[in-house]
Design a protein around this ligand. Structure first.
Ligand code: PNS
Length: 167
């Protein structure tokens, strides 16, 4: 059976930190399924469709990366997509508590699902989608922090006056 892992998240928007984790994951697995959480209740800057499209665009040349939207429980989606390893990025100690709870809850819900923590490159260890949006909205330079296509989409949102900060 193919050895693929799931990399779930909200990705509003995907950052270079996420891209770094996906590339690291590809060294360990035959493929990565990027699972984008659909969440109509959570205010997001980008729609589910836009978030999925941006990630597909970044990995367009790489058939080992599949991007899918999901809702409901992550463990159910993992079961349906036949991926039992969930990759999560750990940036700092502050991430640990939430990630620890989530990993153990997912294990409680499904013993077969394992969570694997990976550290992004140090240069992305301070990075989050929320900070990228805030810095960008206030006129800061995010070019080193997100892929070029994402920066273009941020610019387009700002131009249309559709910039809302969520998360
Ligand atoms: O990018 P994020 O916000 O850190 O991603 C969080 C995500 C999408 C991985 C998490 O919220 C999730 O798995 N949601 C799906 C619902 C679920 O399974 N909840 C129980 C997890 S303990």
């Amino acid at each position: 059976m193919e050895n693929r892992a799931l990399y779930p998240g909200f990705f509003d928007p995907i950052t270079n930190g996420h891209v770094d984790i996906i590339r690291r994951g590809l060294k360990l697995f035959d493929g990565i399924v990027v699972a984008v959480l659909k969440n109509p209740k959570k205010r997001a800057l980008f729609s589910t469709k836009e978030r999925v499209a941006m990630i597909r665009d970044i990995f367009a040349g790489d058939p080992k990366v599949e991007v899918r939207a999901f809702d409901g429980l992550l463990v159910e989606f993992a079961r349906r997509s036949r991926t039992r390893i969930v990759i999560r990025g750990l940036r700092a100690i502050s991430d640990f508590e939430y990630e620890f709870q989530m990993a153990l809850m997912n294990r409680k819900l499904d013993e077969e699902t394992e969570t694997l923590f990976m550290m992004p490159s140090l240069r992305y260890s301070f990075l989050s989608s929320r900070l990228v949006k805030e810095v960008f909205q206030l006129g800061g330079d995010v070019r080193d922090l997100v892929p070029g296509t994402v920066e273009e989409k941020l610019r387009a949102k700002l131009k249309k006056g559709r910039f809302v900060l969520s998360q």
